[in-house]
Design a protein around this ligand. Structure first.
Ligand code: AHM
Ligand code: MG
Length: 337
């Protein structure tokens, strides 16, 4: 909180933190602050549903597929409804792009100036087995004039245009981590008080690290540079950690130092993760924590999206490790020249 006169102790509520940070922005109207509060409210509700899911018959498949042909879990659908509802009635968001919906969702708030891209519940394969899952969100200003219809240009913005981004981690505790471009800050939920409290004031990713996180089950279909990088990790005696829940793998590596990679594979030739509502937000947070995010060649936040559900290879984590992985990709380019 170095640029605020008040020292904020661990235990400051999210609401108070947001209010104090709002004063850091010239001409702030309070709309972004309200939007962040809306997300936190939906996060509390989703957290409650997740923690009781085994008792409420809301585990398992919903019986439908999302636009990407992936089976939707009941909790995927519930979380999508909760976040959409909170953002619609909060009134600050005109449209949403969600992993669970094919097109742009117009929230009928035509005069609102924010767009949200969201993965309401990430880590589907872990939902029913009590393993950490998450929510990921990016917030943008709309480009078109308020009042009219939201356009593709409004939603297909590169990550560098994000005004804020964050995630909720439903883990051994529930956390909300977000950035507005002035560092990354983490809050931990206190269930008996129903509040998020400041717990991680200025998150800093270690420069290096000894964790690598990749689904090695796909090793035989990795491209050569990725095979070589994984071999290098083993030679360096790095530790392998892979939950298969992006937010949880990301959060651990950001705090402890490490790299997460979802590369191109035979099954997912462009990688599996989605640029708009998975990679951009985490890239923004990792950069704010001093780390790095790329597709192996290019900074994630500079990629200009061309489709709502576009996938990209994702390399994110400690700067030195991401740069090492990129160096294997570059050497391949030199080999081919
Ligand atoms: P989802 O959006 O369907 O949940 O898929 C995203 C998840 C990430 O959380 C995780 O890192 C990755 O998929 C795991 O994929 P895989 O099982 O192929 O390793
Ligand atoms: Mg997802």
């Amino acid at each position: 909180m170095e640029n605020h006169p008040l020292a904020l102790p661990v235990g400051t509520t999210l609401d108070r933190f947001i209010k104090l940070k709002q004063d850091d922005f010239d001409f702030a109207t309070g709309e972004l602050s309200q939007l962040l509060r809306d997300i936190a409210l939906a996060g509390k509700i989703v957290n409650r549903e997740i923690s009781r899911s085994g008792l409420m018959n809301i585990e398992g498949a919903f019986g439908s597929q999302n636009v990407q042909g992936e089976e939707q879990q009941k909790l995927d659908v519930i979380a999508n409804i909760r976040f959409k509802r909170a953002l619609k009635y909060g009134g600050e968001v005109c449209a949403i792009v969600s992993e669970e919906d094919e097109g742009i969702i117009d929230l009928n708030n035509p005069n609102s100036k924010y767009i949200v891209a969201i993965d309401p519940l990430d880590g589907s394969s872990n939902i029913d087995v009590n393993v950490s899952i998450g929510t990921i969100f990016s917030i943008y200003h709309r480009i078109s004039e308020p009042g009219g219809e939201v356009t593709m240009e409004d939603v297909l913005q590169p990550g560098i245009n994000q005004v804020a981004a964050g995630y909720l981690l439903y883990g051994s505790s529930n956390m909300l981590v977000y950035t507005t471009g002035k560092g990354a800050t983490g809050f931990t939920y206190e269930p008996s008080l129903g509040e998020y409290f400041l717990s991680h004031q200025k998150i800093t990713a270690p420069e290096g690290g000894n964790i690598y996180s990749i689904n090695e089950g796909s090793y035989l279909s990795f491209e050569k540079p990725m095979v070589q990088f994984v071999e290098w990790c083993k030679e360096q005696k790095l530790t392998a950690r892979y939950i298969g829940s992006l937010v949880a793998d990301f959060h651990r590596n950001m705090l402890k130092g490490g790299i997460y990679i979802y590369p191109k594979t035979e099954k997912s030739p462009n990688g599996k993760l989605r640029l708009l509502y998975e990679c951009n937000a985490l890239a923004f947070i990792m950069e704010q924590a001093g780390g790095k995010a790329s597709d192996g060649h290019q900074r994630i936040m500079e990629i200009k999206p061309t489709e709502l559900h576009q996938r990209v290879p994702f390399y994110v984590g400690s700067k030195a490790l991401v740069e090492k992985a990129e160096s294997f990709e570059r050497d391949k380019a030199v080999d081919l020249a």
